[in-house]
Structure formats: C-alpha cells, structure tokens
Design a protein around this ligand. Structure first.
Ligand code: BTN
Length: 259
C-alpha cells in the first residue's frame, strides 16, 4: 500500500494556505497538512476559524481530481458527506449537514469544510486542477468555553461522544473517506452522493433567509440541493431560487421552536 505523506505542524497560519503552496510546488496528491493550531484559520465567506492548540483537528488534503472546473464545487458536498460518514463510523452518532458544508450535532456546528482551488487559468493541458479540501473539527470546547459570539451556535464533538476522541484515527478516517467520495465524483456518481447527502440535510423544509448576490435579503423554504448541488429555496411567492453560495440563517417560525 502506498504511504501517504502527512506534514505535521505545531502551528501555521492556515493549513489551506500551506496546502495550496505545497500543491503549486508539486506536492503529490493525497498529501495532508495538519496543524495543532492555526493563527489565521479561515472559513467560508472570509470568516475566522477558531483553531487553538488542543481544541480541534485542522487539516487540508491536497488533491488533483479528474474533474472539469465547473464540477469542482461539488467536492464541497462530497467532502461534507465524507466527514459526516467518518464521524458516524467512529462514534455511532449521526451529524447533519447544513448546506453547503456545516457539520452539525443537535443543531450546533462542530465542523466546517473550506474547499479552495489553485489557479486554473494557466493549467498545462495534461494537469488536473489543484484542489485543497480544508477540514476543521471542534473536538473539545476551548478552555473557558466558546467565545460569546459562537456560544449559541457552536459545539464540540466531545460533548456528544462517550469515551476518548482519538484525533489521529479521526484524521485518517476522514482523509480516506474524502478520497473515496471524490473518486465517486470522478466516476460520475454525484447523484448517488447527493442522495446520501440529502438524508443528512439539516435544513430541508425549514424556513431560512439568505442574502442574494445583489445584497437583497430573501426568505424562503429550503428544498435541498438540485442536480448540480445548488440549494433550491422557494420564496413566499412560490418562485424557486438556486443559491450558489452565501450565508443561510434559519428563521424561527412564530408557532414552532427555534432550531
Ligand atoms: C467553514 O465552516 O466556514 C469552513 C471552516 C474550515 C476550517 C478549516 S481548518 C483547516 C483548514 N484551514 C483553514 O484555514 N480552514 C480550513
């Protein structure tokens, strides 16, 4: 069996930045960068990802998938499914996924995925695009608890799992699972991936609001991803919107419970 290179760092700005640099310099696909802490860990929509030492698992997997540029965004959904399945396999708990890639336990986020690509414009013909899949998982709450702005929304795996959390086993299982789902994607199995993803959809049928690219706030009901992975939302007038990216906020209904 081929041994994988795992670059282990005490601290780095962002394992995604390190992964992109190494990938551009020719790192073998399948190489992983993992850090005990990040000083500038980043999430979607340029958000900061809290990455203190001893608190979480922060890694990036370097890939050169055999996919067309327009299909690269599907990796995010495939990777979210992979990490959810890895957690299910190891801990017998069932995370939900909030589109596109927030991993939730009991409605609170314990993990996120940030997929980034290297430059695709100057790719030599024979080369597949560089993709880095960055995964951040809160394993334990930070000493003193989550900062005030995260308290209502964040959780850590340790709050939902009995017994030890073996970060190394989690790393290996997640990496293997991501590669497996990406191979399925390369093999044209996105519909099957979506079917599995949909079983874990945290927001299907729920009312949410999001900000359109034109900066307009719209409220509607989530109908799950379409065949391309874009989120479908039906607004109050029955119009279906396909959301490519953005921030989704669940709306508590007057008669229902806040989720
Ligand atoms: C999100 O939920 O917005 C995605 C968070 C992704 C965080 C991980 S931690 C490892 C990797 N390096 C980063 O800077 N970000 C990702």
């Amino acid at each position: 069996m081929k041994t994988r290179e795992i670059i282990r760092l005490e601290v780095t700005e962002s394992t995604n930045s390190t992964g992109l640099e190494l990938g551009e310099r020719g790192a073998v696909p399948g190489t992983v960068v993992v850090a005990r802490a990040q000083t500038l860990g980043r999430g979607r929509l340029s958000r900061f990802w809290l990455s203190r030492p001893g608190m979480g698992l922060y890694f990036s997997l370097i890939l050169r998938p055999e996919l067309e540029p327009e299909d690269l965004s599907k990796i995010t959904l495939a990777a979210g499914l992979a990490v959810a399945k890895a957690v299910e396999e190891l801990y017998r708990i069932e995370p939900k996924i909030k589109w596109p890639n927030d991993l939730l336990l009991n409605g609170r986020k314990f993990g996120g995925i940030l997929t980034e690509t290297g430059s695709v414009s100057h790719l030599p013909e024979a080369q597949n695009p560089l993709v880095v899949v960055g995964v951040g998982l809160n394993l334990f709450p930070p000493a003193g608890g989550f900062p005030a702005e995260l308290q209502q929304h964040a959780t850590a795996l340790s709050r939902h799992v009995e017994g030890e959390i073996d970060a190394e086993a989690l790393l290996q299982t997640c990496v293997g699972a991501i590669e497996k789902e990406v191979r399925r994607l390369e093999g044209g199995e996105f519909a099957a991936i979506l079917a599995e993803w949909t079983k874990r959809d945290a927001v299907y049928g729920k009312t949410l609001s999001w900000i359109t690219r034109q900066g307009q706030a719209v409220t509607g009901v989530a109908l799950g991803p379409d065949a391309e992975g874009l989120l479908r939302i039906r607004d109050g007038e029955g119009k279906i919107h396909s959301v490519l990216s953005g921030d989704l906020t669940l709306i508590a209904k007057f008669s229902g419970k806040a989720k």
